[in-house]
Design a protein around this ligand. Sequence first.
Ligand code: BDR
Ligand code: CA
Length: 391
Amino acid sequence: MKPIIFDVDTGIDDAMAMAYALNSPELEVLGFTTCFGNVPVVESTRNTLAVLEKLNRRIPVFEGADQTLVRGRKKKYPKHVHGEDGLGNTLQFEPTIKASQGNAADFIIDQVKSRPHEITIIAVGPLTNIALAIKKAPTIMSLVKEVVIMGGAVNVPGNVTPYAEANIISDPEAADQVFASGLPITLVGLDVTLQTYLLKSKLDDWRATGKESAKFLAEMTDYYMKAYENSHPGLGGCALHDPLAVGVAIDSSFVNTEWMNVKVVTEGEETGRTIGQEDGEPRIRVCTNVESDRFLKHFLERVIGLSNVIESCIKYKGHHFSKNLWEEMACFCWVYRFSLYDVPAVAEVSGWPKKGVRTIYLCKKGPPFIRMSILNDLGSINYKGEQYGNV
Ligand code: BDR
Ligand code: CA
């Protein structure tokens, strides 16, 4: 497992990225650090805690920068994209879990020092916390294993101005310092994230699981997609900016990269622009292409956290069931709720039935897309797509 520090400014795609990371067995998230960005830092911390609570996970959260390195507080937050609360106006509760004592930059420094050459930092907000950590403890740079950053637009236009991407323009000096620091950076910018689209129809699949956390993610993502509809009419979905950084941290073969030096424009009309140059001693891996279908499939298999449940289903009561349900002729299990989506199948079991047995046979030669769900305890059974099973 890769030990991870995950730096977020929790808005909607950050929340999806959190869920994706926490449901990925390759990653061990040691802690979240929060930054201003999509929302002020206090709200970013609150949202991070709220998402963790919904996902039923307890991971330390350390609050970080509330303002830029040299420009003071951010003047305007993108409520039209992430909602009043940063989570698409879905937040109907104050999280009961609290942030940890201590601040983000110190947490980064302590962790990197205690596990030299092991830690990967995934950063999906403004780079202020990392810049502060470097300033306070410059020696840590050579001890970080990798930094995967969602930010920048090297060969494509920006999304805030024609030149600048949101995370970079939120603190251009911090980004410039981090890029010049010598840290081993992989830059996941709009060049690739705008090639990854989640379509609206997937949100129905998430809701259909009946799982609270999946419904929470679906509702906020719906808001995000509406914002995309304004900026990208007819798209019918949204880009997966922050999730792609997680994908790259898990499996760098999702992207092609080119070595470059990256500088950030800090003055004038082009402020926030990321300029990639191949001369000098290029030290940053800039992502230039992505296998978007393969990444999307990976993301969808994990983001709503059904694979863990498959494991418990597979091991239940000593029966042996194949992990790859699709490949196997038959699988039977006791289920209360069961949903099967694309290949490979994913299943959710939210409780074992007290009485009765359901035997589900999954045939190898079925149609490629099948949806099947038992909606209530031994009650109604709905099929969408071609029925191929027997209950
Ligand atoms: C980035 O900006 C933020 O709004 C998103 O969370 C993402 O990190 C995309 O430009
Ligand atoms: Ca973000």
